[in-house]
Design a protein around this ligand. Structure first.
Ligand code: DGJ
Length: 540
């Protein structure tokens, strides 16, 4: 019906076509302080998983996996596409895989985020078509300190950028044609974990010439215009070098290791912002770039120039097409990386992470504490070949979290952006935290039931009413205080376990006695991830 209406509208009012085609397409929208993904007019929480790099290069290989991915339950699969298969000969596009993947996802009620593995994948350029690989004159390579080229396209290669942008535009035009109504494809990842490996910067002739030239005026203007809100680590480098208004890269950013990374961030940023803009001109769904994490002072063990937090401003100065800079978080300090990425207006979307027991906990933190657009562990189809040494979640721990989060998604999304939600992961080294919600202070602790073993606790809490809280997770207990000190105390009115069924709250047991420490604490002492509602009251 909706489709018929759109077609009728287009026939009667052809000038509306571009706008009308975009009705309901996936886009990002502010909801209070949060940024949400909105699909068909409704906010959408991505409970995703990324399949292995080569799995989607053959429809028959991945076809048996879709049903199992949906049963995890994922709602979105992050699915690679490669430039070499989309444009095997220059100018000749083949979208058979794209169409097949979209159809198979739809059959399983799954959404897709496509990753276009094009000029770079994990720093290297192995996914470019052979016609690009062979033509090193037209598509120049990065040259390292030793003077040798490597199999990495230089981000200063203008023809490389144009060719990549041409392919991406063709892909997005095609996705609009086949999915502009159904919206199976939610977002696009442009490239994958970019940056120079093995050296701090490209030393090709074009790169050396640009490095000795003045810093482009677009970047200098950005620095001045955003002086007060620049990421502090980045501003410090500029200020330490004298906060100069113009000069060469080393005059403006000094002679430390940072300058090379800032220079590379500018060049990757210019290239990928242009590629992204070309795709968005065809079909403007949200687009992000993912990052292999490292940090200053860097040992050159991670790709230099990637959108790490310290150079995010440089990428922003380079263009405005990229909506989100995303971390691939395999590190142990998950919370720290979430904090560092979810600042200066960057929403959190985690396209790669660990699954299993780690992922089942971290997803609660990402959504509860940072109102993440989505979370997606890597290698979720590894069940196809259990021998693969990549994250395998045999007990489907991630799925247990996802099932609960999916049932809570409408409540989560409704309360985002208003300071009404908290998320946490606790363990023996971090046994407690305090959060403020609706004027109450909530002391969240590892429950003593779990103190004797090594199991971690995790969860999220939403203030759903002035004196009402909804919680989900396992292994923690909560006591309530008022923010202002005084005689008034906070007591537990009552606690119910329960579940959302078809969007409606269905209470289970009334939890009292041992289950709420005789009224002293709101406890989540079931080993399974579960949901409880607590109502509190004040007394003197
Ligand atoms: C990070 C990359 O982005 C992925 O494509 C994949 O190569 C994983 N590493 C493997 O752990």
């Amino acid at each position: 019906m909706r489709r018929i209406l759109i077609v009728l509208t287009l026939l009667c009012f052809p000038h509306l076509s571009a706008q009308a085609q975009h009705i309901g397409i996936p886009h990002l929208e502010k909801h209070g302080t949060a940024t949400q993904l909105v699909v068909d007019g409704k906010p959408f929480l991505i409970l995703g998983g990324e399949i292995n790099n080569s799995s989607s290069s053959n429809l028959d290989y991945i076809r048996p996996a879709w049903g199992r991915l949906a049963a995890i339950p994922l709602n979105t699969v992050l699915t690679p596409l490669s430039w070499e298969l989309i444009e095997p000969r220059e100018g000749q596009f083949d979208f058979t895989l794209v169409d097949g993947l979209i159809q198979d996802a739809r059959r399983n009620n799954l959404h897709l985020v496509f990753l276009l593995l094009a000029s770079w994948k994990n720093g290297m350029s192995s996914y470019v078509p052979l016609w690009v690989k062979k033509d090193t004159q037209r598509f120049p390579r990065v040259i390292l300190k030793d003077g040798n080229p490597i199999e990495v396209l230089s981000p200063l290669g203008r023809e490389s950028m144009a060719a990549d942008a041409h392919a991406f535009a063709a892909l997005m035009r095609h996705i609009r044609e086949v999915d502009g109504d159904a919206h199976t494809v939610l977002m696009m990842q442009v490239e994958n974990e970019v940056g120079v490996l093995g050296d701090s910067r490209d030393r090709s002739p074009a790169a050396n010439k640009a490095f000795d030239a003045p810093v482009p005026k677009e970047l200098m203007t950005y620095l001045w215009q955003h002086h007060d809100t620049l990421i502090p680590e980045f501003r410090k480098v500029w200020e330490t070098a004298g906060a100069k208004p113009t000069g060469t890269w080393q005059e403006v950013f000094g002679h430390g290791v940072e300058v090379d990374e800032i220079f590379m961030a500018w060049n990757y940023g210019r290239y990928i912002q242009s590629v992204t803009a070309a795709g968005k001109a065809e079909y403007p769904i949200p687009m992000y770039v993912n990052t292999w994490l490292g940090g200053w002072p860097h040992p050159h063990a991670f790709p230099s120039g990637a959108p790490l937090p310290e150079v995010m401003d440089v990428w922003r100065a380079a263009g405005t097409a990229i909506d989100v800079f995303s971390p691939d978080i395999y590190e142990t300090d998950f919370a720290n990386w979430c904090d560092r990425y979810n600042r200066s207006g960057n929403p959190l979307f985690i396209p790669e992470a660990l699954g299993g027991l780690t992922g089942e906990a971290n997803v609660f933190y990402a959504i509860g504490a940072h109102e993440a657009i989505g979370f997606s562990p890597f290698g979720v189809d590894s069940f196809i070949d259990q021998e693969r040494p990549i994250e395998i979640d045999a007990a489907n721990d991630l799925g247990k979290s996802y099932a609960v989060l999916q049932s809570l998604a409408p409540v989560i999304l409704e309360h985002e952006g208003r300071g009404e939600m908290a998320g946490f992961v606790l363990d023996k080294d971090h046994p407690q935290t305090s959060v403020e919600l609706n004027g109450y202070l909530l002391d969240v602790k590892l429950d003593h039931v779990f103190e004797t073993n090594s199991q971690h606790a995790f969860g999220l809490i939403i203030a759903t009413g002035p004196d009402e809280f909804l919680g989900a997770g396992t292994g923690f207990s909560v006591s309530f205080r008022l923010k202002s000190a005084g005689r008034t105390q906070v007591g537990l009115g009552y606690v119910d376990e329960g579940a959302f069924v078809g969007g409606a709250w269905v209470p289970g047991r009334r939890l009292n006695g041992d289950e709420d420490d005789q009224g002293r604490a709101w406890r989540f002492i079931e080993k399974r991830i579960h949901v409880e509602k607590a109502v509190v009251y004040r007394y003197e």
